[in-house]
Every structure is written in C-alpha cells, then in structure tokens.
Design a protein around this ligand. Structure first.
Ligand code: UDP
Length: 262
C-alpha cells in the first residue's frame, strides 16, 4: 500500500474585511503542509481570527504578510461564523495550537527536522522536551527563545539553514511573528513550512492552560483566555469592531486557490 497522501488541491477561500482565510479542515491543513515539503516549495501558515483580521485591516505590512502566506487556517470561531455567513461550507475551527502538534506528528513520521523559535528563555526548551516526549523520533534540529539580542537575531536565519530544518515554528505573538516570517522566509533555504504559533509554546511547556474541551466545543475558548489572563480584555473591543464590520460589510467567497509559491 502506498503511503503517499492524497494531495490537497483545492479548498474554499473567503475574504473577511479584506483579509483572506482558507476554509480547510485539520486533515487538509496537514496534507497541504506535507505537499509543500514533497513539492520542494516554501510557504507560511498563519492563523486567522477576528483580532488578526481587524489588525490586518489597519496594518498594511501585516496584510501583505498574510496575502503572501501559503495557508491561512480558520483559527477563531468568529472568523468561522463570518465565513459561514459568506456562504462557505466550513464548520470547524483549525486552531493553530492544535495544528502545531499535528505537524510535529507528521514531522516525526516522515523524518522532517523541525526548528522552534519563540517564547521566554525557560519556556522554549521545555516546549521542545514536551514535543519530543509526545512524538518519539521527532528531530528537533534547533531552538531559539524569542528574546534574542540584535546580533543573535541577525544570525538566526543562517543558524536555521545550518540546522537543515524543514518545519519552522515561530511563536513571537502577533503581528511580530507574521512580520518576522514575511521578512525572513525568503532567506531560509531548507525550510518548507513555517507556522506562526503565537502562545502555543507556553501551552506545550505547561505554563499556560488551554480551555477545557467543553469550553472549546462551546466555541468559548476566547472567553476562557480572557478570564485566565484579564489583561487580554484590552483586545475585546477588536472583537466588537469585527462583529459590527462583518455585519456592515459582509464576507465574500472566492474561487479555490492553489498553493502559492515563494
Ligand atoms: N514572545 C516572544 N518574544 C517577544 C514577545 C513575545 O517570544 O519579543 C512570545 C511570548 O513569550 C509568548 C508569545 O510570544 O510565548 C505570545 O503569546 P500570546 O499568547 O500573546 O500570542 P497570541 O497568539 O495571542 O498572539
């Protein structure tokens, strides 16, 4: 039996307030990542949620980075609801925090080396240890915390190239990670898939708890995060702006895209 996966060739793409989002399932997202490696291409994967959509509609560089990405996963429930309003068939979120472990499982399976970049100095090695424990055989070719000196930052692309990593996970928070990936992916010679993972490294390291499954299933993970980290309430007005603007401006459903080349 061949282990060649079915290629993920087409999927619905919506445009929400000028920001694209790919209505893929988790299985399709993993296939698309695998396709990038097999085809020797290079692409970024970003998570799309209401907060990032509003941020991108106000930040031309972030929008440019998003427009250049290979895959824009439906991370936030508000974005999925908006896509449905626009006529997309999608139902499920593909949270970035769930995709990263799935990609690590794929990497362990196929022998793709991974590089992990981001989070506080004590968190990054803990997250890598957790990944190695969860996915025996996973080759972590290198890691770097997200609080590096300007000199180390300058040297990082060459270090990643020397590591031979095919998957790169960048957890610097948004929009820093999207901008870093946009500026640096062209310099990376071995990386095929580069995912912006936000605070996922803190979750893997056990420093931050994801919402219990019941909250996630009730589409309330965003509320759980605000309750756990009250400072996040600052971000709430963006969610209201999002709901108001989607209601006013609507959502458009585009033709299915292919994988973009970089
Ligand atoms: N971070 C970093 N370098 C920085 C600023 C932030 O590595 O200069 C890390 C931070 O330690 C945390 C992540 O970026 O691990 C941001 O997490 P958050 O949950 O705020 O990200 P979000 O997904 O909400 O953008």
């Amino acid at each position: 039996m061949s282990d060649a996966p079915k290629a993920a060739t087409s999927w619905e793409r919506v445009t929400i307030l000028g920001v694209p989002m790919d209505c893929v399932t988790m299985t399709e997202a993993v296939l698309i990542a695998d396709d990038l490696v097999r085809a020797g291409r290079k692409g970024a994967i970003f998570a799309i949620n209401p907060e990032k959509i509003i941020a991108a509609s106000e930040n031309a560089r972030l929008l440019e980075a998003i427009n250049e990405a290979a895959l824009l996963i439906p991370d936030g429930v508000g974005a999925v609801v908006a896509a449905r309003l626009g006529g997309a068939r999608t139902r499920r979120r593909v949270p970035g925090a769930d995709l990263m472990p799935e990609l690590c499982a794929l990497a362990a399976n196929r022998g793709y080396p991974v590089f992990v970049f981001g989070a506080r100095p004590e968190v990054t090695p803990m997250a890598c240890r957790a990944l190695r424990d969860a996915y025996p055989g996973l080759k972590i070719a290198g890691y770097q915390n997200g609080y590096l000196s300007p000199a180390d930052a300058l040297a990082l692309p060459a270090r990643i190239n020397d590591s031979g990593a095919r998957f790169l996970f960048v957890g610097l928070g948004s929009p820093q990670q999207e901008l870093w990936i946009h500026d640096n992916l062209p310099k990376l010679t071995t990386v095929n898939v580069c995912q912006g993972v936000g605070g996922t490294l803190d979750v893997l390291a056990g420093r931050v708890k994801r919402a219990p499954m019941a909250w996630q299933r009730s589409y309330l993970e965003w509320l759980y995060r605000i309750l756990r980290e009250p400072a996040r309430i600052r971000r709430f007005p963006r969610l209201l702006t999002f709901a108001y603007r989607v209601w006013k401006e609507g959502v458009s459903l585009d033709a299915a895209p292919g994988i973009k080349r970089q």
